[in-house]
Write a protein that binds this ligand. Structure first.
Ligand code: UT7
Length: 336
C-alpha cells in the first residue's frame, strides 16, 4: 500500500469583490450583523460577462496546481471534481475539465457532497493511489453559487454567507507511509438533509438565471434553504468528533496539530473549534473574511493560501475538517 501526497496547489477566485456594504444596498442587512455573526467582510461573486463558470474557475486553479506540481497534464491518471453547482445538471464538470485541459481519456469523477465535497474528493483520490491503481490525480473543488442565491431580504440569512471560487490539488504516490495523507474519515446523516437543501430545480448554474426568471422567482424553493442555528449546533459537534477521530487513528494529540484548516462555514464555528482544541491563532487558518463560504472550494482555497503564505512546512501535521449539507462531514490528517 502506498500513501498519497499533495505536490501542487492552485486557486482561483473571481475578480469581482462584493462587500457587506454592497449587499446592504440590495437587501435589508448590514456590515455589523454579517461581521458579528459570520466573520465575513467580503466575498467574490462572478460578474455577468466575466466568463467564469464552475468549470472554468476549476480549470484555472488546476493549471496552477499542475504547474506547481511540476508534472505534465498527460501524467494525470484521474480527475475528481467536487461541487454542488455544476455548469450543467449532467454531465458533471469532471469531463469538462478533461476536455478543457486536453487530458487523454482518463476517468473523471464528480463528487456531490457540498461543504464536505473536497474532503470526500481527497479521500476518493487517496484510495485510488493507496491501492496503486493511479499515480497522479487532479482533485478540484469549485463553486459558482452567487447566481442561484435569493438576493432579496427573504434570502439574507443564507445569501450573505456564500461565495464563488475554486481550488485544485495534485496528489501523487508516496512510498513512505509516514508521509502524505495519513488517513481520511467520512460521515453522513441523511436524516437531516432538509436542514440545508435546494429542493426545486434540476439545473446547472449556466442556466440558473433563465430558469428562475422563467418560473416563479417568488418561489423560495428555487433557492437554497438553511436552518442556520440547527446546522451550526450540529457543525460544532461533528467538527470536533471527526477531528478527534483522525487524531486518535494516528496516535496524535491535539498539541501535535501544526495547522487546522476547517471548512470556512462561519468564523464563529472555527473559533469555537479553536477554543475546544486549545489551539493558538497561528494553528488555525481562516480566510472566510475575504471569500465567504465557498462550499466544496473552501478548504482547498484555504489550503492553497496557507501554503502560499508559508504557513505549511515539511513534516507539519495538517488537519482538514468539513461539515455541511447532507449532513456530511469528514476529516483528513496529513503529514506534509
Ligand atoms: O457550510 C455549510 C454549513 N453551514 C453552516 O455551518 C452555517 C451554520 N449557521 C450559521 O452560520 C448561522 O446560523 C447564520 C450565520 C446562518 C445565522 O446566524 P444566527 O446567529 O443563527 O442568526 P439567526 O438565523 O438566528 O437570525 C437572527 C436574526 C433574525 O431576526 P429576528 O428573527 O431575531 O428578528 C434574522 O431575521 O437575524 C436576522 N437576520 C439578518 N439580519 C441582518 C438573518 N440574516 C440576516 C442578515 N442581516 N443577513
Amino acid at each position: 500500500m502506498y500513501n498519497s501526497k499533495i505536490i501542487g496547489l492552485g486557486k482561483y477566485v473571481p475578480e469581482n469583490v462584493v462587500t457587506n456594504h454592497d449587499l446592504s444596498k440590495v437587501m435589508d442587512t448590514n456590515d455589523a450583523w454579517i461581521t458579528e455573526r459570520t466573520g465575513i467582510k467580503e466575498r467574490r461573486w462572478v460578474k455577468e460577462g466575466d466568463g467564469n463558470t464552475t468549470t472554468t474557475m476549476g480549470v484555472k486553479a488546476a493549471k496552477i496546481a499542475i504547474e506547481r506540481a511540476g508534472i505534465d497534464k498527460d501524467d494525470i491518471d484521474f480527475i475528481v471534481f467536487a461541487t454542488l453547482s455544476p455548469d450543467y445538471y449532467f454531465p458533471g464538470p469532471g469531463v469538462e475539465v478533461q476536455h478543457a485541459l486536453d487530458i487523454k481519456t482518463v476517468g473523471a469523477l464528480d463528487v456531490r457532497n457540498q461543504c464536505s465535497g473536497f474532503v470526500y474528493a481527497l479521500s476518493v483520490a487517496d484510495q485510488f493511489i493507496k491501492t496503486g491503481m493511479y499515480k497522479n490525480i487532479l482533485v478540484i473543488g469549485s463553486e459558482l453559487q452567487s447566481k442561484a442565491l435569493d438576493k432579496t431580504t427573504r434570502g439574507r440569512g443564507i445569501s450573505v454567507i456564500f461565495g464563488d471560487g475554486a481550488g485544485a490539488a495534485i496528489l501523487t504516490r508516496e512510498e513512505d507511509n509516514s508521509k502524505g495523507i495519513l488517513s481520511t474519515h467520512l460521515h453522513a446523516q441523511g436524516k437531516f438533509a432538509d436542514a440545508l437543501i435546494l429542493k426545486e430545480p434540476a439545473m446547472g448554474t449556466r442556466w440558473v438565471n433563465e430558469i428562475i426568471a422563467d418560473n416563479n422567482p417568488d418561489e423560495a424553493g428555487y433557492f437554497p434553504y438553511m436552518d442556520g442555528q440547527f446546522v451550526f449546533k450540529n457543525a460544532v459537534v461533528r467538527f470536533s468528533e471527526v477531528i478527534n477521530e483522525g487524531l486518535e487513528k494516528n496516535n496524535l494529540q491535539k498539541e501535535d496539530i501544526n495547522l487546522l484548516i476547517p471548512h470556512q462555514a462561519n468564523l464563529r464555528i472555527a473559533q469555537f473549534i479553536q477554543r475546544k482544541f486549545n489551539l493558538s491563532d497561528n494553528q488555525v487558518f481562516n480566510n472566510i473574511q475575504k471569500y465567504g463560504n465557498t462550499t466544496a472550494a473552501s478548504i482547498i482555497i484555504a489550503l492553497t493560501e496557507a501554503w502560499e503564505e508559508g504557513e505549511i512546512k515539511e513534516n507539519d501535521t495538517v488537519v482538514l475538517a468539513a461539515f455541511g449539507s447532507g449532513f456530511t462531514w469528514g476529516s483528513v490528517i496529513i503529514k506534509w
